[in-house]
Ligand binder design. Structure first.
Ligand code: PAZ
Length: 364
């Protein structure tokens, strides 16, 4: 007779944690990131400041060790970069863990806009390069906020590329933030891959598409079949599930922190249900649901007490005083921008929830 053994969730999380980090390599930048973060966190702990870890952008899944090809995840980093600015405005220190080259707080107003950044410049009468009069006002506003964050050392930028880097950094940062207790907040806006190629099944070299160069590449010390290989003209990819890191974060890495995750869906009919299910599964504080096509206009807060609250910002072309630098002739995409940045509503709501939560203790 086969007896079914129930392994409690906490034990499962522990085992997954050990297995994952024992068999997938530590990123080369882990120690450098860790040193920067430790100094930053200690400084703000002394100042009695709240610290928010904002994750942003998509993770990649490399198919080869010497990576030529990888699977990417959708996300420009708009949600994370914009939210980080509002957290800074609300008095938080922010660790901004972002996908390399995705949008950054403050520079986002210029870096990925349809303008070339040189369009913001002009020559003055003395032949010196200055900011175009048209943009002076808005740029002064962004610059003042940026300088304040620099002067007060309230923004730490740390980047990741792969899902493996993301998981290692998240664990490290969470453990470094533990001394902050309830003053630490996790705002997980990054789009993290659900599937990956584990190190033990990753091939070393570029996968060859041409049949005459097909070789079965050595597949690590374990002798397991490679996760990606050619069969005839077809590339076959067989991915493992990414371990449930949110469970590990909530139960083990950051048990005293407030944790907010995002849920992205494309089908409106399942969004709230998926958000509720994530909350039930991981027992954290809040899931913010959003749909791919409407994420700049509306989000739904699903909280542990079963409450569901929609935030909807009005549609309409944003004015320069709100977001800044729109080209003279807006494209269709830009003319569809919401009237205000929805993050300017999301973050104050979260700040209030965080304050209440610090006041009342953990109600999970
Ligand atoms: O970066 P962006 O502004 O283009 O998109 C933000 C987002 C949709 C990735 C984010 O709001 C989100 O839902 N992140 C979690 C994705 C998920 O794993 O479900």
């Amino acid at each position: 007779m086969v007896k079914e053994v129930h392994i409690p969730d906490g034990v499962q999380a522990n085992r997954i944690d050990m297995e994952y980090f024992e068999s997938n390599p530590k990123p080369a930048n882990l120690d450098a990131h860790s040193t920067l973060a430790r100094t930053f966190i200690e400084h703000h702990a002394e100042q009695n400041r709240r610290v928010a870890l904002v994750t942003s952008g998509g993770t990649t899944v490399p198919l080869e060790n010497q990576t030529v090809r990888f699977i990417d995840n959708f996300s420009a980093g708009t949600r994370g970069a914009t939210s980080a600015e509002y957290f800074l405005e609300s008095g938080y220190a922010v660790i901004f863990l972002h996908r390399q080259y995705s949008l950054l707080p403050y520079s986002r107003h210029y870096s990925h806009s349809t303008n070339c950044f040189l369009d913001y410049m002009t020559f003055n009468d003395a032949g010196m390069v200055v900011v175009n009069t048209e943009y002076q006002h808005q740029m002064a506003d962004v610059l003042a906020k940026y300088n304040k964050a620099r002067k007060e050392n309230t923004l730490l930028l740390l980047s990741f590329t792969t899902v493996n880097e993301y998981l290692w950094y998240l664990r490290e940062l969470a453990m470094l933030m533990q001394p902050l207790g309830a003053k630490s907040l996790f705002y997980l806006a990054a789009a993290v891959s659900d599937f990956f190629v584990p190190a033990e099944r990753m091939v070393e070299h570029k996968i060859q598409s041409s049949e005459e160069f097909h070789i079965r590449q050595p597949n690590g010390a374990t002798g397991q079949p490679p996760a990606a290989h050619m069969e005839g003209k077809q590339l076959l990819i067989d991915l493992d599930p990414v371990p449930k890191f949110l469970k590990m974060l909530v139960d083990r890495w950051a048990p005293q922190s407030m944790i907010i995750s995002f849920k992205l869906e494309t089908d409106p009919s399942i969004l709230a249900e998926k958000a509720r299910s994530a909350l039930k599964k991981y027992s954290h504080h809040l899931v913010i649901g959003n749909l791919l096509n409407t994420r700049k206009w509306e989000v739904v807060f699903v909280s542990a007490d079963g409450g569901e609250k929609w935030l909807r910002v009005p549609a309409g072309r944003r004015t320069k005083s709100v977001t800044g630098l729109l080209p003279d002739t807006p494209s269709t995409e830009e003319s569809r921008e919401p009237a205000v940045e929805i993050e300017s509503w999301i973050v104050p709501e979260i700040e209030t929830l965080h304050t209440e939560w610090i006041g009342h203790g953990d109600q999970r």
